[in-house]
Design a protein around this ligand. Structure first.
Ligand SMILES: [Zn+2]
Length: 471
């Protein structure tokens, strides 16, 4: 389970030393169900400084300056959210502070922003966003950059070299005049970006998959009916729009050899297409989001404020997506967390798409996945921590419990039951739901940033950007 070369080297140099000389580690958690993507055992974890010192049985662990009795709760790698948007409506520095606090409450230890910049170069933007992020966030974070003009495509090798960002996003499904100001992609952009990203060691192209032209046509038809219900938005961008673009992107990925990451998959056929492509040797990762697994456009308590892009679907798609999660064809879970100003609820077609979900991603997956559908805890870690880390090239530093790696951990109480209450920015579509299984403690690089229902105020400004020049 923990047998990489890194861990054994580290064990040799550190753990025996600690064990035989009875030195104390900074933090030791015992009596836990220790879970990673590959399995679980009963014991705990010792942390020294920012790193995991040892993962093992209770007896194998050294004494700690601080000792925590997990009382049988689950100790897992912290949740890594590969997909959120901050600084879209509210100022970026405020979002990095307020939303990283919500992330800590949700058991996250790293989040990645899909972020856009319309200037010709991403280099100054990176330096600014990294500095402001590090001054405010209470946990580590990283970036994927949106391709918004041709210069960005030409700049890909330089961006990788000078910022460490090697992951780029292209957007379909947005018309030229969309309310969020996203510049939509062309197939030419995707092809050219893939050609360049394919040459990078961790290069990845992410795509928002929806056939823009068909969705634009259908939107006009649906608008003309006067409908304002949430289902009308869903029906204006049917499942086949998403399927068509997923197929087209897989074709281009196969052609260019560029690893492809399909963000926020809403349709049950998505994981199947991903698995078929992988069987041919194409590097395709399917991501879905908690909302597509837990809500539909026809849920009685939802209205136009639950507009999300791509849209919530129906029961059939929801259950087929779960099949993909349970059989391992979905390899990554992203929140698509985006705090917009309070939505007006006046016009379905003008409403901004997006919701917040940092605090509830883990409880939703524990309730609906682990408790209700028999998802194993290891499977959950595989998609909410290991998968995102691996697919973006950050494993095992992130997403593992290996000695010598970042001590990013979450302690989970599987039995705690609580109702969702939303107090922050953005729209929550889970208010009033009773969820079973909540994070009780979050540890970011060895520091406890959330415990007893409180986020550590001194943790803000301690987060680091994981994308660094030359990496
Ligand atoms: Zn998104």
């Amino acid at each position: 389970m923990f047998s990489t070369k890194l861990s054994w080297d580290y064990l040799d140099k550190n753990c025996y030393f600690y064990y035989y000389f009875r030195m104390k580690a900074d933090l030791v958690i015992r009596n836990a169900r220790v879970v990673d993507h590959a399995g679980e055992f009963f014991g705990g974890i010792a942390v020294n400084g920012e790193k995991i010192l040892l993962t093992g049985t209770n007896e194998a662990l050294p004494e700690g300056r601080r000792e925590i009795d997990a009382e049988g709760r689950c100790l897992m790698p912290g949740v890594i959210d590969p997909h959120c948007h901050l600084g879209v409506n509210y100022p970026y520095d405020e979002d990095m502070r307020s939303e990283s606090a919500h992330a800590a409450r949700g058991g996250l230890t790293t989040f990645f922003l899909y972020i856009r910049n319309k200037e010709p170069s991403y280099i100054p933007f990176y330096h600014d966003r990294r500095a402001v992020g590090e001054a405010n966030s209470c946990m580590d974070f990283g970036f994927h950059f949106g391709i918004q003009r041709e210069e960005h495509i030409h700049e890909i090798p330089k961006i990788a070299e000078e910022t460490g960002v090697q992951s780029f996003k292209l957007y379909f499904g947005y018309e030229a005049e969309n309310p969020i100001g996203i510049v939509p992609a062309t197939d030419g952009w995707v092809y050219a970006a893939m050609q360049r990203a394919a040459k990078l060691p961790r290069g990845k192209v992410s795509v928002h998959c929806e056939n823009t032209a068909i969705a634009t046509w259908l939107k006009k038809e649906l608008m003309a009916t006067g409908r304002q219900d949430l289902g009308a938005f869903t029906e204006s961008r049917p499942a086949f729009c998403e399927e068509e673009t997923i197929r087209r992107m897989i074709f281009l990925s196969e052609l260019t050899g560029c690893p492809l990451y399909i963000v926020h998959t809403t349709i049950g056929i998505g994981p199947v297409l991903g698995a078929e492509a992988r069987a041919r040797g194409v590097d395709v990762t399917i991501e879905t989001c908690p909302h597509y697994l837990t809500r539909t456009a026809y849920d009685k308590d939802l209205d136009m404020r639950a507009k999300i892009s791509p849209p919530l679907r129906d029961e059939k798609e929801k259950e087929m997506l779960w099949e993909g999660v349970l059989n391992g064809n979905v390899e990554s879970l992203g929140s698509d967390h985006v705090p917009f100003f309070p939505k007006k609820g006046e016009d379905l077609w003008k409403e901004k798409p997006g919701i917040v979900s940092f605090p509830w991603e883990l409880p939703l997956m524990l309730s609906e996945g682990v408790h209700r559908r028999g998802l194993s805890l290891s499977q959950l870690v595989a998609i909410n921590s290991y998968g995102p880390a691996k697919h973006f090239g950050f494993y095992p530093e992130k997403g593992s419990l290996n000695p010598g790696t970042d001590a990013d951990l979450v302690l989970v109480d599987l039995d705690e039951e609580r109702e969702v209450v939303h107090t922050g920015n953005g729209t929550c579509i889970y208010t009033g739901m009773n969820l079973k299984g909540w994070p009780v403690m979050t540890i970011s690089r060895g520091r406890i940033i959330y415990e007893n229902g409180q986020v550590d105020e001194d943790a803000f400004g301690q987060g680091l950007c994981v994308n660094r020049p030359g990496r």
